[in-house]
Write a protein that binds this ligand. Structure first.
Ligand SMILES: Nc1ncnc2c1ncn2[C@@H]1O[C@H](COP(=O)(O)OP(=O)(O)O)[C@@H](O)[C@H]1O
Ligand SMILES: [Mg+2]
Length: 275
């Protein structure tokens, strides 16, 4: 594949190069459990792939492997044409930023004593050059840039000076999304990022994510046990079971009676739970 030939030149990435690619990801916990077992994946630019499967199937472990925060037994990961598993130290950090994550429990990722603006701009504060470039491009100062980021997720700028404890779970999750998008990543991994919220707030977040995806063209790996949400957001569905991908299909085919027996089992289980 041509991605290899361009491995050292991320800027030469063509539109055909996937936003995220992984080959042969395997991860075994110390207790001997292989939570991810030789998984490969490719997400096109601007595509949203849904990763579904029952609790314990290895979805979060895979996400951590992709993000490079979990040591793998084997496997390679590319963002665009850059293999990030081949990089170390500062080079790794610089490239890895092109992929961001939104986790389930937003409150855990905020320092309770730091006003929202500090947490929101944390990724950009770590890269003063990018912060300066964004401010110059938009002709705004730091605070206005933060306000714009909040507006993008339909939050009011007056939240900037508040402490995280005074925001609702839904508001904090929106700030997490704004923070993940602040550095204009090519890939965002969302791991059960709405699971702890009320159903009505979840629905609004799904709409927001759908809009943002269309607006920004960012690729997404949307990890969830909520098949309804995955069908709403994702173009393509990947079904995971016991560390392996057992089925893949267009989202519109998920409910088809012709699917893999495990997928049908999962769909039946989901229907039973949601009535
Ligand atoms: N730190 C850990 N040590 C040992 N086993 C773990 C650890 N974290 C997760 N597991 C196990 O790995 C498997 C996959 O877990 P996880 O990736 O969290 O699945 P999912 O996100 O699909 O619910 C499960 O059997 C889980 O119990
Ligand atoms: Mg999980």
């Amino acid at each position: 594949m041509s991605a290899e030939t361009a491995a050292t030149a991320p800027e030469s990435t063509s539109a055909a190069t996937p936003a995220l690619r992984a080959e042969g990801i395997t991860m075994t916990y110390r207790n001997g459990l292989t939570a991810v077992d030789g998984v490969s994946l490719s997400i096109a630019r601007g595509e949203c792939a849904g990763l579904v499967g029952q609790s314990g199937s290895g979805k979060s472990t895979l996400a951590r492997c992709l993000l490079g925060v979990q040591r793998m037994a084997s496997g390679r990961v590319w963002i665009g044409s850059q293999e990030i598993t081949a990089l170390r130290g500062r080079n790794h950090r610089d490239q890895r930023r092109r992929m961001q994550v939104v986790l389930q429990d937003a409150s855990g990722s905020f320092n309770s004593r730091i006003p929202i603006i500090g947490s929101l701009l944390e990724p950009l504060d770590c890269q003063p050059a990018t912060l300066r470039r964004l401010m110059a491009e938009r002709g705004v100062g730091r605070r206005e840039l933060a306000s714009d980021l909040l507006r993008q997720v339909h939050l009011e700028a007056d939240l900037l000076d508040r402490l995280p404890g005074s925001l609702s779970g839904g508001q904090l999750q929106r700030v997490s999304i704004a923070r993940a998008l602040s550095d204009q990543p090519e890939v965002v991994i969302l791991d059960e990022s709405t699971a702890s919220l009320d159903v009505s707030i979840q629905a609004r977040l799904f709409n927001l994510l759908k809009d943002l995806r269309e607006e920004l063209g960012v690729a997404m790996l949307f990890i969830t046990h909520d098949l309804g949400a995955a069908r709403f957001l994702a173009d393509r569905m990947i079904v995971m079971r016991a560390g392996r991908f057992v089925d893949e299909c267009a989202s519109t085919d998920l409910l088809s009676p012709d699917r893999d027996p495990y997928t049908r089992e999962l769909v039946d289980l989901f229907r039973t739970h949601t009535g």
